[in-house]
Design a protein around this ligand. Structure first.
Ligand code: SR1
Ligand code: MG
Length: 422
């Protein structure tokens, strides 16, 4: 049967038949229902009790196609099962930063989840120049807990292998393999270049061997390094915030992959926010350097606090149980030396993934509002060129950065200097 999105009356009737949800909504007489999905994949509804609107939930349903494109891009609806499983797992590991799933329906590929009614999508708030004092602490905690507890650093080998196989997400991984690592770097019909984006820059992306090799290495890592359960799409549109709380939503791309893929996504999207700042300052009538500095401080702070928290979890765990990796190690010196190497490699990987993710948002088909909302073609192209120049350096030089401070220094340099196209 052909898929039809649920009408409000169909959804209301359905929810009335789910006792736990009906109770959460305070036994509603009438429901207010609005379809609000602006993501690329699914339908999303806000549902609230018409009499007591604070009693409210979110319903998310996966259609059998990619919503961004429509029925000509079919997708199995199984992704909803993956998303529910990932939300539940991340919710166990980090409940303060993951919305609760109240109900999941494996026949309608639908879930009912916590409504974050006092929170907003981080991307839009960054564009508007808002500051979130707890963001660094919250995101670093989320990353440290989810990435550490899903990995072989914590799980027993047989449990980890079971978890890897249970999280296989072939279809959505293929989207990432194509749209993040392949199509943006070749002359592909799905690419979209902004009006004034220089042809020279497009050619440079296609024809710089060191860049293409670096991207191939990152793609290999994405496809082969089953290190932990990653969110898989952790851009600033997947993060909801207010002054007190931070939630990570939408893990339908979750699978066992490299830790740096999530860290890199966060860094990449903060960097896109940073490089597009000139325009948004102008648009919002702001214009102080303080906000640029705050964005760069988030990049430094999130990596540094993440690395500290991750190492702490690792050390604490090792103090209770012998490491799988080092074995007998009186004094713990080898374990400490291994940790230093591990974190250095993780930083390099995160930077490589960040580079791919920045370039895909500039030349690939799925873009971000930080950039697309720039209505002046010349300004947009100038921002895009800076993003690509910076991303290229991240990819090619990722092993040479000794610290996150060096990355931020480069960002400042690319932002302030007039960079000629070579
Ligand atoms: C075709 S789907 C495009 C993108 O939307 C998601 O948010 C992922 O980033 C995916 O690559
Ligand atoms: Mg999403």
């Amino acid at each position: 049967m052909e898929f039809e999105a649920l009408s409000s009356s169909e959804l209301a009737a359905y929810l009335r038949g789910v006792p736990s949800v009906y109770a959460l909504l305070n036994q509603p007489g009438e429901l207010d229902i609005a379809e609000v999905g602006d993501g690329n994949l699914n339908y999303v509804y806000f549902v609230s009790n018409a009499r007591t609107p604070e009693k409210s939930v979110v319903v998310k349903q996966a259609p059998p196609f990619l919503r961004l494109v429509g029925k000509t891009w079919p997708l199995t609806r199984h992704r909803m099962i993956r998303e529910v499983a990932a939300l539940r797992r991340f919710g166990e590991l980090c409940p303060q930063h993951v919305p609760r799933v109240y109900h999941a329906d494996t026949e309608l590929y639908l879930m009912v989840m916590q409504r974050l009614s006092t929170h907003a999508i981080l991307r839009q708030k960054l564009m508007d120049g808002h500051v979130y004092p707890k963001l660094t602490d919250h995101l670093s905690t989320y990353l440290a807990h989810t990435l550490f507890y899903g990995s072989d650093l914590f799980l027993a080998p047989e449990v980890k292998k079971q978890a890897v196989s249970a999280a296989i997400n072939t279809e959505l991984c293929k989207i990432t393999e194509d749209l993040v690592f392949t199509f943006p770097f070749e002359d592909h019909p799905s690419n979209v270049y902004s009006n004034a984006f220089p042809k020279q820059m497009i050619e440079r992306i296609w024809r710089t061997p060191a860049l293409r090799v670096a991207v191939a290495e990152m793609k290999w890592s994405f496809m082969n390094d089953a290190e932990t359960l990653v969110h898989g799409d952790l851009h600033t549109g997947s993060i909801m915030v207010n002054q007190d709380e931070t939630y990570v939503i939408d893990p339908e791309f979750a699978f066992y992959g490299p830790m740096g893929f999530d860290v890199g996504a966060v860094l990449a999207n903060l960097l896109l926010a940073y490089f597009s700042r000139d325009w948004h300052d102008r648009r919002t009538g702001q214009g102080s350097d303080d906000y640029r500095k705050w964005l760069l401080d988030q990049i430094t702070g999130i990596w540094t606090a993440f690395a500290d928290k991750f190492r702490l979890l690792w050390r604490e765990h090792e103090s209770r149980r012998k490491s799988h990796f080092i074995g007998d190690d009186p004094g713990g010196h080898c374990a400490e030396a291994y940790r230093v190497r591990f974190m250095q490699r993780l930083l390099a990987n995160s930077l490589g993934f960040a580079g791919c993710k920045m370039i895909r948002r500039i030349v690939g088909m799925a873009k971000v509002a930080d950039i697309t909302s720039i209505s002046d073609d010349a300004i947009r192209a100038a921002v895009e060129v800076k993003c690509v120049q910076f991303a290229e350096r991240l990819l090619i030089e990722r092993h040479a950065f000794g610290s996150i401070e060096e990355v931020v220094e480069l960002a400042r340099d690319v932002q302030t200097r007039e960079h000629r196209l070579q």
